[in-house]
Design a protein around this ligand. Structure first.
Ligand SMILES: NC(=O)c1ccc[n+]([C@@H]2O[C@H](COP(=O)([O-])OP(=O)(O)OC[C@H]3O[C@@H](n4cnc5c(N)ncnc54)[C@H](OP(=O)(O)O)[C@@H]3O)[C@@H](O)[C@H]2O)c1
Length: 309
């Protein structure tokens, strides 16, 4: 393009990523496949950070550079750093570009676009763009049909929506004040679901089943539960001792879980959720059984704390 010529507003803007972790890897590769030019992958100063940025840069035809040396030309800069580092990373990038007319994005689900205020005061338009998806090392999910919650300045939101569309995702508006609750919801749907699954493996160990074997044995039932949940209402996908009202079975579980206090705590909380939101017989009796088990848990905890004092 000739100097002084402005790029078509509808053209795919060049994108720089700050960070080369799970999300940056997935987004940079997907954007590259969607025809976007990735300009730079910006890292922290230490050599191991730069090496990670170089690995990603190599895959997407970009340049890897540390913050102190970055001079950014791209129209979009996407911060893919941990939530706690977004504001400080934005501050330390303030001198890396003329931010007038640029778009700065971050992808925290819990924090608003305001984390990027340091760049807005230098002329950037800012937005948060959060995909409701899980990104981990060694697995790249498809972004087709993935909802992206978008919030921020109108120019940045416009650009973000176009990018999301090109990624095959579905952008929708989220109010700043709803972000914490929205992200708590997302945390239930994946990270805490994983926490539940690993807790299940520990419970299997009490029954003498090794954790790796337990995972293999549980998977058909987990898959069927998710399939039922996807196809039916939650209430129709619910089975087990609570819907049948088998109070003595629940009490037996709680007795055997005394050897695993964390799992017992999880069981009690989820059983309470089941009584609150799902169908079941003998709910009153079950509620009393859960309450007395919870009281026992609290008494044991306070005895342990006072014993320590
Ligand atoms: N993973 C997900 O499932 C997911 C889903 C939706 C949204 N998000 C959001 O995406 C963002 C990134 O998450 P992630 O899972 O990709 O994290 P991650 O895998 O831990 O990667 C974080 C990256 O940020 C870099 N970094 C850390 N502090 C930095 C700083 N002060 N300045 C510059 N770079 C820094 C790290 O580099 P070094 O450690 O190598 O220096 C690393 O490359 C978060 O806001 C998160 O909420 C994540």
């Amino acid at each position: 393009m000739l100097p002084g010529m402005s790029r078509e507003p509808s053209a795919k803007p060049r994108v720089t990523f700050v960070g080369a972790g799970n999300l940056a890897n997935a987004l940079a590769l997907s954007l590259c496949e969607a025809g976007y030019e990735i300009e730079q992958i910006v890292s922290r100063e230490d050599p191991s950070s730069l090496r990670r940025a170089q690995r990603l840069a190599h895959k997407v035809g970009a340049t890897a550079i540390t913050i102190s040396r970055a001079r950014i030309q791209s129209e979009v800069v996407w911060f893919c750093v941990p939530d706690r580092a977004i504001a400080s990373a934005a501050k330390s990038m303030a001198a890396c570009a003329d931010w007038t007319g640029k778009v700065a994005l971050h992808s925290s689900g819990a924090l608003a676009s305001d984390e990027l205020t340091a760049l807005r005061s230098r002329g950037a338009s800012i937005a948060s763009v959060h995909p409701l998806m899980t990104f981990v090392r060694g697995s790249r999910p498809s972004l087709a049909g993935v909802p992206f919650a978008v919030e921020g300045d109108s120019a940045a939101v416009r650009v973000a929506r176009r990018i999301v569309k090109n990624l095959g995702g579905h952008a929708y508006s989220l109010r700043k004040e709803d972000k914490a609750a929205y992200h708590a919801w997302g945390t239930f749907a994946s990270p805490l679901l994983t926490a539940l699954l690993v807790t299940s493996e520990h419970v299997a160990a009490v029954a003498g089943i090794e954790r790796k074997t337990a995972k293999k044995m549980m998977l058909p039932m987990i898959r069927q539960t998710l399939a039922n949940y996807a196809a039916l209402e939650a209430a129709q996908a619910f089975s087990g001792p609570i819907i049948r009202g088998d109070v003595e079975t629940v009490k037996r579980h709680l007795r055997t879980l005394r050897s695993l206090p964390v799992a017992r705590d999880v069981y009690l909380s989820l059983a309470r959720a089941a009584l609150a939101h799902l169908p079941g017989k003998n709910k009153r009796t079950l509620e009393r059984a859960l309450k007395s088990a919870r009281n026992l848990l609290t008494r044991n905890l306070s005895t342990r704390i006072s014993g320590r004092g």
